[in-house]
Unconditional design. Sequence first.
Length: 241
Amino acid sequence: MPDYPIYRDPPEQCRTPDAEERSLWGRTLERIADHCRARSLFVLHYCTGCGAIELPPSMTSRFDLERVGMQPMVTPRQADLLLITGYLSVKTLKRVILTYEQMQGPKYVMGFGSCTINGGMYWNSYATVKRLDQYLPVDMYIAGCMPRPEAIQQAFLQLMEKIDSGRAQNWKEYYRRYDHYLGEQQALFGEQFHTPTDVIGEARHYSLFGPETLGEHTAKLAKYDLYHPGQGAVDALEVKR
Ligand code: SF4
């Protein structure tokens, strides 16, 4: 066990101020940052289904989304937007959750095609996920099977407008209501499901730790000592509750 608790609060000088602490100046800076973010989106394609086939024409010369500030990114660490391009099998969803958790905030998720909304043509399959937003906060869906590049382009522009106006805040819900999302994940994968990501620590880092961050489902992680086996996770969760 390390000498210090792994979920300790960050030093005062590193802490992100919460909403009450923010000054008018701080909020103004945030608006400027949103304005810049909206025009500089690095996109991570998680090409799960047939909808991915519409991405090449969207990104290349015919529609050329790079001209509005969107560029592909190969690593979640540096990506702003996660695209889920089609149906998700239960196994694939685990990788998608891990990928999402590795992205830094602010981060956005877009679901391509009917399969991400309600299972689409695979709605009655035991192996596919019916609703992506049950497991991750989704900022925008594009309906269709599959959506055409014109629809994709329109959705990207709408997302940019949403980010610019400060309304793309769904990513914060994952931290504020982590127990809810973890509960849905555990219901699908089993109650021992966990990822190696320190979501609770990140919630503190972003000042998004709230009354619903911990709960009966995160308690199961402590019970099984799964969060960081052998590194005092049980103690840390108990202390910070
Ligand atoms: S919505 Fe249609 S095109 Fe997209 S993944 Fe599902 S079946 Fe394929």
